[in-house]
Structures are given as structure tokens and as C-alpha cells.
Design a binder for this molecule. Sequence first.
Ligand code: MG
Ligand code: MG
Length: 258
Amino acid sequence: MIKYKTAEEIELMREAALVVSRTLGEVAKVLKPGVTGLEIDKIAEECIRDQGAIPGFLGLYDFPNTLCISPNAQVVHGIPSDKPFEDGDIVSVDCGAILKGYYGDHAYTFELGNVKPEVRELCKVTKECLYKGIEATNGSNRISDIGFAIQQHAEAHGYGVVRELVGHGIGSTMHEDPQIPNYGKRGRGKKIKNGLTIAIEPMINMGTEKINQLEDGWTILTGDGMPSAHFEHDVAVVNGKPEILSTFDYIYEALGIK
Ligand code: MG
Ligand code: MG
């Protein structure tokens, strides 16, 4: 059942989403070749707690850390490790936080140093896919139109759209109805209505859409070892239009872009 949110609830969700946005901004300041996932994870946990919030992933379904950190061929759900990142890596960082009983959940794929042009292109197009999905989150559409928009854009570039993992409703729990697949046909599923709050999160592979899971029970890898990118925003439908509750502005500020 979809839990549609009141205007007050949406404001609380925005605050939770912005805790995550600021945290990703702190991550952006320190994420460089030579740094490890565990170092980043510690900084993120402190940043979340300093804002009076609680890490949203830590302990959720027994996940061991604050961040999911998924470099290169890892799609999502990577566990932070002590292996230093290298020049040319792309690193997807997914972060969740709980503030005043509501969840924020968003993600960015960072480019470290000299990333190959074709891998940069994958990141660029995956971010565009996110905004295509957000644009489709409006009162004239149905849920499947979001995935349709994402899939069209990704496949136009020859990329693989991961099927097994999806976006989701979000609110006082991390994962609520409805599921938001990153693929689909037009005009299926429930009508998009005011008060819908969802996390849209395209996971786009440079090669095959197929994935594997590591024996750690968490890490998702591309089936062919090629890179994968992941961007996520929290979105509310207000007056028939999508309103992005999270922001990449803190990241852009830290990286000196835009
Ligand atoms: Mg996420
Ligand atoms: Mg999510």
C-alpha cells in the first residue's frame, strides 16, 4: 500500500534528505585516490550524527556500515573496505539517514582522477537517466512511466539497465511501496498522485544488464566486470509536479563544479 504524505511530512522528509546531501558533500571533500572506503564511512557516520540524525543503513537488514560504497564494476550495496581507491576509479556512494522518524536515501557516483572518457560518459548518462525519471514523476503519468523514461535514455546509449534492483517509496521506513523499476512499459501501475514520495535510483551498466552477488551476501557486481554507475534522489509529488527533496549542490560545491 502506498503511504501518501502530507505537506508537513514532506517537509520532514526534506530535512532528512538534506542530512544525506550534506553528508555526501563531506564525502566529496575527502574521496580521493589513496583514501579507503572505511575512512569515508567513518566521516559520513560522524557527519550524520553531528546533524542530530542516525545512519539509516547501519544495521538495516544487518548491513554493517553507514555507507554503501561500490567502486567500478560494483553496482550497489558494496561494503566499505580498507582497500585504497585508485586513480581512474568511479565510486558510487549511497547514504541513508533517519531524522525525526523519516528517512533520506540518496547516492552519487564520484569520478576519481583520470577516469576514461567512456566511463565518464556512463556517469553522465546515468545522471541524465535520473533526471529523466524525475521529470516523468508527474500527475499526468503512471508509475511505470518513470522506468520507461530511464530505460529509453540508457538503452539509447547502448547501456544495460539493471532489472533486479529498483527504486522505492520512502518515508518513515526506508523501503515502502511502490517499487520503482528502472525499466518498463508506458502507462502501467498506479497513477502518480500528490504526496507520493519515492527514491529514484537508476543503476546503469556499461555492458550487460546482468548482475552477480558476491559471497558477502551484499555486494552486487556487473555480470561482465564492466563499470556501473548509480545516482539517486528523493522526490515528492507536489501540485502534480516532482519536487527533489535531496540535492547534489553540496557535492558540486565541494568539487568546484557547476
Ligand atoms: Mg540509496
Ligand atoms: Mg534507495
